[in-house]
Structure formats: C-alpha cells, structure tokens
Design a binder for this molecule. Structure first.
Ligand SMILES: [Zn+2]
Length: 527
C-alpha cells in the first residue's frame, strides 16, 4: 500500500447540492469549483447536464475558468431501456457538456432492476455495457458508479458482480462501488471488496453515504483495501445524512494512512474551504466537525490547557496547523491568570502574570462572568474587551443614543422602528430604519448610520441569534444573555450581551459585533 496515490473525487456540486436547505446558483458552483481546484482535488463532479438546465449552464460557464489541478467530471445515467445508446438523450447531453471525464451510474442490485426499473436483469447488464462502450468509443474517461453495489452484493452477489463485469468488459476506467443507502459498516465493506478483487482487475473507487454514521470509516477501509478513487463532499454535505466528508477523509488518508492524495502543502487550505463552502451554502458550520471545526482544537479545562501548552500531543491528535485550523484556549471562570496570559498570547498580546493590568483584566472577566457573560462562546467580544482593556482600541464612532419602537396599527403586523444617533469624528449621523423586530431594526439603523464611513460593513451579516434567560426564578426581571453570530466572506465571530432588558442585551452584542468587524479590518489595513 506504501506510496500508492489516492485520487480525490469531489461531488459537492452534485451530491452535496442535494442537501436539505442547500441550493447552489451557477455562480456559487463556479466559486466552489475554483476553491476545489485551489485545494488540489483531482476530480470535480460538476453536475448532471441531462437532468437540469442549471447544470448545462454550469458546464458552459466553467470552461472560462482555467483549472490548475482538477479535472471536471460530468455525471449521468446509463442509457434508457430498449433504445440504442447513441439515441439516448442523457448520454448525448453528457457528450455535449464537452467534458472528457464522464461518470455514469447503473444498477447493480437485482431488487432495483426488477422492482423499480422494471427491466429484465439481462437488459440492465446490456444498458451498462452499451453506455460504457458508447462513451469509450467517443474517447471519454469513464467512471462507472455501481449504484447500491454493497446492498446488491449482500442480496445477490453474482448479479452485483455481473454488473461490474459488464462495465469492465466495455472498457470502464474506474469501477466505483457505491453504498448508496449508506447503511454499511466497515467490516462488511472490507469483506466485500476483498471478494471483488478476486473477480476483477479494474481500478476501484468508493462512494459512500453516511446513514450509519460510518461514511468516512467505510471509505478509509475501501482505501486500505486498494480503492484509488475516493468520492465525497466538503463538510459531508448530501441528502439525508450526507456523504463521506472530504474534510475528514483527506487528512485521514494523508496524515494517518500516509498515502499521497492532494499536494501536502495544500492540506493547510482545508479549514478555509470547509468554512467557505458552509458559508456559500448558507449552512451553519458544525463546531465539533473533525479537523476543521472551530472547536476541533479547543481546550477548556485548566489542566488540559496546561498540558497542551507543555506538549500539544497530550490532547491533540495532529497539529491544528497542518489542516489550517488553530488551537483555541477557552476562557472561563475556572481558568486562572495563567490561562488568561496564554489566551491573550493567541491574540498577539504579551501579558505578564504579576502586572497590575493582568490582575484588573482577570477581575473584570470574573465579575462579567458572574453577571452572566460567557466568553467561551463569544471570542469576538473577548478580543474586543482585551483590546479595550489594554488601551489598544481606537474608537470608530461614539454613540449618542438610540430608540426602538414596536407598533401595531389596526391589527396589522407588528412594525419595529429604530432611531440611532451617533458621531464619527465630528460628523453627526441620525438614522431611522424599520425591521422585522426591534433587534433587526436596530441592526439596520446602525449599519445605515455607519455605512457611509465604513462601507466594509456591508460585507457582514448576522447568521445566528440566541437568547437565553439566565435566572428564571425572578420572572420578567430575569437577566437574558444574547449571543450573536456574525459572518463575512472570510470568517465568523460570536459576540455577547447581558442585561435585564432583551433589547439592551441584543444591542450590546450587536455593537460588539460591528466593532469587532471594524477592528479586524483596521488590523488588516483595510480601513
Ligand atoms: Zn451519492
């Protein structure tokens, strides 16, 4: 197995696009294509030109992009029953996409052939053979995706193998074994691939769904058994429980199996592309996502923090840097001054444990946490607080006041309106904005007021808003904690506000969110 190269085949744009809640425009797909090319994946499955006009547009537009490392693949099905391959509209659409690499799927489970397709078992094998040989004659590189292969094999081993042999004898370049229902476990995959290898000589690929939570494990087993083409999606997107997550698969292949896949230096781009794709898909990134999640290398307990600083392998399986992620040390009431010193170091500040400024910062944090602030979940507010406490923060604006109104007229919907007065330098700004609710109205008014001075704010948006009542016993006088998540093209950050008044708590979190963005932009020299 040593030195074997494993080709990474991305299907985010086809299978990933099936995720509930995800809808890619052609522009989104082109942007993702460029990122995938930048990551150095070998194949990018762009879509199914025979199934929808959007994918036809994509294949036309993508030609304008000069790909450096990746090759495009167009996806489609075998010919329909009872017609010749050359007359099949779907196969024609594949050729028309003008892509050299074609993936076609065919049935390998007798149940599907007879119950769903309602064609004879023999006709199905002919459909596979004809379609593959038609494309081979046209000079294509052909992947044959054996749909439901593993289920088919467990139900009728001979027939499942026959389907592969049809594709092999027609000249398919790679036979992709698919766990379409995603219900396999690693030992089944291993045993079946061992059998397949006795019967066939072709290059094997693996395409696994995650319905049993095993997609990555199953794919790794397939690679160990010799698969040289691994299919998956960024962040494991895909219908139902998703596909195998390339953000776990790629580092597992390179750092654990020590096999070659994408260029080693590009592995550092993994965290960024993961966040980029979740952003463009409008999906929330899972914080605990292996390798690339924001908590993947976050340490909370004081003892853990201490150990990690002495020797990172005590609580980290790889160096976060190798996949472009970073270590996070979480600040909490439990942490002492030494954790605070380390935390500040992460942001580039050298604090000294025995200096007064460290002592007062520590006290301030403790009293805020006592009030209900929770900086573990609000790193944006924490960094801002650190900046302000260390007198590094230069004001972007001075708030002079705000007012929010919620109004209902004639039983119509509630209308919220916010008014904000602020000063930037010596210029005074007074704006009014409406919103779906008071916080939305405040957010709009604040941006409207600042936009003229800091147009960069138009890049950011609120992506999540959470409210928690802190002491329910006190009824309406209870404190609320508001956590806001904001994002721009590059990153996302959380900010926090605590108050007895929900509008005030939200306002504090909102202000932090905007100030944080401006602080970041200034540190990059953009404003
Ligand atoms: Zn699939």
């Amino acid at each position: 197995m040593k030195n074997r190269a494993v080709k990474i085949y991305d299907t985010t744009l086809r299978d990933g696009a099936q995720t509930l809640g995800v809808s890619f425009t052609v522009k989104d797909k082109l942007a993702i294509t460029e990122r995938l090319d930048g990551l150095g994946v070998h194949f990018i499955e762009g879509g199914w030109p025979g199934s929808n006009p959007k994918d036809v547009d994509y294949f036309r537009e993508v030609k304008k992009i000069k790909l450096k490392s990746s090759q495009l693949v167009a996806f489609g099905s075998t010919r329909r029953a009872k017609i010749v391959a050359s007359a099949d509209g779907n196969l024609k659409a594949l050729l028309k996409s003008d892509v050299k690499n074609i993936a076609i799927f065919g049935k390998s489970w007798d149940l599907h052939v007879q119950k769903v397709f309602k064609v004879s078992l023999k006709e199905n094998l002919d459909m596979i053979f004809d379609s593959v040989s038609f494309l081979k004659k046209k000079g294509c590189f052909v992947f044959f995706d054996a749909e439901h292969f593993f289920d088919g094999y467990r139900a009728n081993k001979e027939y499942a193998l026959e389907s592969l042999k049809s594709a092999e004898s027609a000249g398919a370049d790679c036979l992709v074994l698919c766990d379409t229902n995603g219900g396999m476990i690693p030992s089944w995959i291993r045993a079946i691939i061992k059998d397949v290898k006795k019967e066939l000589n072709s290059n094997l690929g693996i395409h696994v769904h995650n319905d049993s939570g095993m997609a990555v494990a199953n794919s790794i087993v397939a690679v160990e058994e010799g698969a040289i083409n691994v299919q998956g999606t960024i962040n494991g997107y895909g219908e139902r429980c998703g596909n195998a997550d390339l953000c776990s698969l790629i580092p597992n292949i390179q750092l654990k199996l020590n096999l070659k896949s994408i260029p080693a230096a590009k592995l550092k781009g993994l965290t960024e592309i993961s966040h980029f794709v979740s952003d463009i898909s409008n999906m929330r990134q899972s914080e605990s996502q292996p390798y690339v999640g924001s908590s993947a290398f976050a340490h909370k307990g004081g003892v853990h923090i201490n150990a990690v600083m002495k020797e990172s392998s005590t609580y980290e399986h790889i160096s976060p840097d190798s996949v472009g992620n970073k270590r996070e040390l979480l600040v909490s009431e439990l942490s002492g001054k030494s954790s605070l010193v380390l935390k500040a170091q992460e942001y580039g500040y050298k604090l000294q444990k025995d200096k007064n400024v460290t002592k007062t910062l520590h006290e301030l944090l403790q009293s805020l946490e006592h009030e209900g602030y929770h900086f573990e979940a609000a790193e944006g507010s924490f960094e801002l607080l650190l900046n302000k406490h260390l007198k590094k923060f230069k004001k972007f604006f001075t708030l002079e006041g705000f007012r929010v109104m919620v109004e209902q007229e004639n039983k119509n919907e509630l209308v919220s309106e916010a008014t904000i007065k602020l000063k930037v330098g010596n210029k005074r700004e007074y704006t009014v904005a409406e919103g779906d609710g008071p916080v939305n109205a405040l957010d709009s008014a604040l941006r409207k007021a600042l936009n003229r001075f800091y147009p960069v704010l138009s890049e950011m948006r609120l992506s999540d808003f959470k409210v928690r009542v802190l002491d329910e016993k006190e009824g309406t006088a209870a404190k609320v904690r508001v956590l806001i998540r904001s994002q721009d093209r590059e990153s996302s950050w959380n900010t926090i506000g605590v108050s007895k008044n929900i509008v005030e708590a939200s306002w504090k979190a909102l202000l932090d969110s905007v100030e944080y963005k401006l602080m970041k932009e200034r540190s990059k020299g953009r404003i």
